[in-house]
Design a protein around this ligand. Structure first.
Ligand code: SF4
Length: 334
């Protein structure tokens, strides 16, 4: 199995299919920067579905088992079900999943599931309309996202994972409500520590609510106990409700980094390969894909990039690193 300089295998590929989004979440895509004048990627610069599928097929040969489709907002990419069909037909690919803000999910869930999508993760930062609208900054209501989650469940994309980025003084008052709402539904809420992704969200450590505090708040209302990981390298740390009403997760990049088991690589919508969410640079693959080289030659490049990988940003995070140039999360997906 292919290993990087820290003995980590390459198992998960996160593929952004667009840098565009219909939300302007303050912690990812602040409106004042990603304004009407912002130059998003032109269509011809995006990898085609065939190019993405070719890359995935080559990566499966290097150990990749799971693909997560991201964005921006991936459901904005037209006919996305065709890409899922192509990828689901690949031998050796165990799992195809997707992260979405849920806006278009009620309309697309059934067709995506039919195309081979296995699971879905929906971002929802509060059940309080006022708080949620302020965070997505486009005035989009909670109810429509809940409709999308319901449609996904009906389509068999279960359990639905619900991601909540917790920012102190913004939506931390919503933590216990969120837990209460999804308890007993089978869906799994993951509470994410607010991260210094990219260079545009004005991140401060004071705005982070540590996972221990999140768990404490929930545990006071609904007793919880720790659960083991489903598999090595799982991002979320799992906890179950003591009364059996399901489980939750916490993603602790700031207070308890998990770089030592990170098996993820990311590909941007225009075909750049990043080996860390906080990387400043990515290797261009689109030029290769369009230059007529063979799969073996592309494989050699992937192998070269991964074997030289030594990323561990979250372990090194400090006041000296947060200001460094980093790729935008809206460009390579979470
Ligand atoms: S900071 Fe980078 S190396 Fe660490 S877990 Fe995140 S993506 Fe992986």
């Amino acid at each position: 199995m292919l290993r990087d300089t820290r003995e980590r295998a390459l198992k998960d590929l996160r593929i952004s299919v667009t840098d565009r989004c219909n939300f302007r979440c303050r912690y990812c895509m602040p409106k004042e920067i990603f304004s009407r004048e912002y130059e998003f990627l032109e269509r011809e610069l995006l990898l085609s579905f065939e190019e993405i599928t070719r890359l995935v097929n080559i990566s499966v040969g290097l150990g990749v088992e799971k693909v997560r489709i991201t964005g921006g907002e991936p459901l904005l990419r037209k006919d996305l079900e065709h890409l899922i069909e192509q990828m689901s037909a690949l031998d050796g690919l165990r799992d195809v999943t997707l992260t979405t803000n849920g806006v278009l999910l009620a309309r697309k869930a059934a067709v995506l599931a039919k195309a081979g999508l296995r699971r879905v993760t929906v971002s929802l930062d509060s059940l309080d309309d006022e708080v949620f609208m302020k965070m997505n900054d486009v005035g989009f209501p909670v109810a429509k996202v809940l409709d999308g989650i319901e449609a996904a469940a009906k389509a068999g994309l279960t359990p639905v994972k619900v991601n909540m980025v917790v920012k102190r003084g913004v939506n931390d008052e919503s933590i216990v409500d969120m837990a209460g709402h999804f308890r007993g539904t089978g869906h799994i809420v993951r509470f994410i520590e607010y991260m210094d992704v990219g260079t545009t969200n004005g991140w401060r450590l004071d705005d982070v609510v540590p996972a221990v505090e999140i768990l404490e708040r929930i545990g006071k209302r609904f007793p919880i106990e720790p659960l083991g990981a489903n598999y090595p390298g799982e991002v979320a740390r799992r906890w179950r409700y003591a009364d059996g009403e399901g489980e939750i997760g916490v993603i602790t990049s700031v207070t308890n980094p998990f770089c030592s088991t990170c098996t993820r690589a990311r590909i941007s919508a225009d075909g750049r390969l990043y080996t860390c969410l906080f990387a400043a640079w990515g290797r261009d693959l689109r030029g290769l894909l369009r230059s007529g080289v063979t799969d073996e030659e592309i494989k050699a490049v992937l192998l070269d990039v991964w074997t030289k990988r030594d990323d561990n940003y979250s372990e090194r995070r400090s006041s000296a690193t947060t200001g460094l140039g980093k790729v935008e999360m809206s460009y390579i997906g979470g």
